[in-house]
Design a protein around this ligand. Structure first.
Ligand code: MF3
Ligand code: CO
Length: 251
């Protein structure tokens, strides 16, 4: 069942979204050589708590941190720890914050220092695929119209979309209906209606689409060891352009 949010719920989602996006930006600014992923996690947690919000990921299905930090061939769900970032690392930051009972969920990939051209192209294509997808995120279209646009854009740029993990509805819970895949034929799935809030989150590999989960039972890596990138925002469906809820002045 897809929940249509009331005006009150939407304003709470905006508050949660702002905090989440600011946390992503703060984490992104910390993506520099020599910082440990644990230091980023702590800064994000402190910031979210300072805003009167709760880090949504902490304890979710037993997840042990407030942010997912996935480096190089790690796609999603990397656990922060003592790893030190180094020049050229490709670093995906995924963060969620719950404020007054509503969730914001967003992600982006950053690079340490200059990075190489192909890595930068992967990050740019992944981000742009989100914007290509949300051209169809409005009343009247169907979920897979978004999915198809993302897949088309990513594959026409020579990269692969991951199938095993998808975007999702978001609201009082981080994961609500519907699923929002990053691949598929257009014209399928639920019809979009104003008041729906969804997280659109392309996950893109430089090489093949296959992924596997490491022994820590969380970290998802590319099967071929190629680089991966992620970009996500929580959006509100309207009659016109979608409203991106995970925005802050800093991004
Ligand atoms: N953005 C991710 C998602 O949409 C984050 C979940 S990580 C977890 O599923 F640790 F909370 F599980
Ligand atoms: Co998500």
């Amino acid at each position: 069942m897809i929940k249509i949010k009331s005006a009150r719920e939407i304003s709470l989602m905006r508050q949660a979204g702002k905090i989440t996006a600011a946390a992503r930006a703060l984490a992104g600014d910390m993506v520099t050589a020599g910082v440990t992923t644990r230091e980023i996690d702590k800064a994000v947690r402190d910031y979210i708590v300072s805003q009167g919000a709760v880090p949504t990921f902490l304890g979710y299905n037993g997840y042990p941190a407030s942010v997912c930090i996935s480096v190089n061939d790690e796609l999603i769900h990397g656990i922060p720890g003592k790893r030190e970032l180094k020049e050229g690392d490709v670093v995906s930051i995924d963060v969620g914050a719950t404020k007054d009972g509503y969730v914001g969920d967003c992600a982006a990939t950053f690079i340490v220092g200059d990075g190489d051209e192909e890595a930068k192209r992967l990050i740019a294509v992944t981000r742009q695929s989100f914007f290509e997808g949300i051209k169809y995120a409005r009343e009247g279209y169907r979920i897979s119209d978004i999915s198809h646009a993302i897949q088309e854009y990513v594959e026409s740029n020579g990269f692969s979309v991951v199938r095993e993990y998808v975007g999702h509805g978001v609201g009082a819970k981080m994961h609500e209906d519907p699923e929002v895949p990053n691949y598929g034929k257009p014209g399928h799935g639920p019809r979009l209606m104003r008041g729906m809030t969804i997280a659109v989150e392309p996950m893109v590999n430089m090489g093949g689409a296959a992924v596997r989960v490491l022994d820590d039972d969380w970290t998802v890596v590319t099967a071929d060891g190629s680089l991966a990138a992620h970009y996500e925002n929580t959006i509100l469906i309207t009659a016109g352009e979608p409203e991106i809820l995970t925005v802050s002045e800093v991004i």
